[in-house]
Design a protein around this ligand. Structure first.
Ligand SMILES: CC(C)(COP(=O)(O)OP(=O)(O)OC[C@H]1O[C@@H](n2cnc3c(N)ncnc32)[C@H](O)[C@@H]1OP(=O)(O)O)[C@@H](O)C(=O)NCCC(=O)NCCS
Length: 321
């Protein structure tokens, strides 16, 4: 089986020994080095050949002090598209011979297809169909996005908070246009392009959040986006579905978008504002206000709001201030 479409070779080397801070370069078309992936893993949970013994919580973040990486014999692992790093995580038994395994007619076809799909070059992600997709930029981040999404669906990754948060923090620095300090994302977060994300310091993105950055999403500092929320930055004409408008969506410092809420394209949620559970923010949200409902309306002003936040002004005035 051959790769279905070519992308430039991409490689990320991740030493597992220190696994804590990302100090690498932004990805180029060839190589990026991510020096650290922190893994908390009691030594006695790792067999000599690197496999994790069944029945042991090898990646328990409360693991003992005598820790070793789960990939035993390796002190680095390579995030590459050929052979795919995901193979080491999802099908370690094929990691050493992935290339021959995908071509091995004796293996069941579903096994070979599953192995082939570990290589992002054999997968088309939805954003690649979007007219405004910048292919050169997307192909650079695609292997990292594919690792992010696929890792979340593995037994190793999925629900493991510490390992997942550390890996995503590492990847975000190389996927986003800008990613501040202490970024925290839980499992099953999805992006459109990823490269149109700008994120400040100390932001938290909870489970199952969709960050549609087609038109760009700019997130300030201390922003929290709760479970199942959707932040959009593109919309479609009601007449012609193919007529897409991109618009930057902004969540300013201290904003909280709560459970299952949706923020539509181009909406500016101003500092310290809150969008309540299940709300749909169709228009700009005023600073320090709490908006709820569909369409979202202000139901209160936070008690810590400065006087300016309680003064009613037109959107035009607020935009020019
Ligand atoms: C938006 C929210 C914070 C409002 O809390 P609050 O300031 O204590 O407001 P109240 O509960 O006093 O509600 C004020 C009014 O808005 C209504 N309301 C509150 N939340 C609502 C929501 N999500 N959708 C629709 N109406 C809502 C209340 O019924 C009440 O209406 P009433 O005046 O007719 O009785 C809260 O309801 C919410 O959605 N929380 C989400 C959970 C959360 O905090 N997540 C953060 C995780 S990071």
């Amino acid at each position: 089986m051959s790769s279905l479409f070519p992308i430039s070779c991409f490689s990320v080397v991740v030493p597992l020994s220190s696994f804590c801070r990302c100090v690498g370069e932004r990805p180029t078309s060839t190589t990026v080095v991510l020096p650290v992936l922190p893994v908390s893993c009691p030594t006695n949970a790792v067999t000599r050949n690197g496999a994790i013994r069944s029945g042991q919580n090898a990646l328990d973040p409360r693991g003992r002090a005598d820790r070793a990486p789960p990939f035993g014999r390796h002190d680095t692992f390579r995030v590459s598209s050929h052979p795919p790093t995901l193979c080491e995580i999802a099908y370690p038994e094929y990691a050493a011979n992935w290339e021959t395994a995908v071509a091995d007619a004796k293996l069941p076809l579903p096994t070979r297809l599953a192995l082939e799909a570990l290589d992002p070059r054999n997968v088309t992600l939805e954003p690649e169909y979007y007219a405004e997709c910048d292919d050169a930029r997307f192909q650079k981040v695609k292997p990292l996005l594919w690792l992010w999404y696929s890792f979340d669906r593995t037994v190793l990754g999925g629900q493991n908070v510490q390992l997942g948060v550390d890996l995503r923090r590492l990847l975000a620095k190389h996927i986003f246009k800008r990613c501040g300090e202490n970024f925290k994302a839980f499992q099953h977060v999805e992006f459109s392009f990823g490269y149109n994300m700008e994120v400040g310091d100390n932001c938290v993105i909870h489970r199952h959040v969709l960050l549609d950055d087609r038109g760009g999403i700019v997130i300030g500092n201390r922003v929290s986006v709760s479970d199942y929320a959707n932040i959009y930055s593109h919309t479609h004409s009601i007449v012609d579905q193919k007529d897409v408008t991109d618009a930057v969506t902004r969540l300013d410092d201290g904003v909280r978008i709560t459970y299952h809420a949706t923020v539509l394209a181009g909406v500016h949620v101003s500092e310290e504002a809150m969008v309540g559970a299940l709300a749909v923010a169709t228009k700009d949200v005023r600073p320090y206000h709490v908006y709820v409902g569909i369409p979202a309306k202000s139901v209160r002003v936070k008690p810590n709001a400065p006087e300016s936040a309680t003064k009613l002004t037109s959107i035009r005035e607020r935009r020019s201030s």
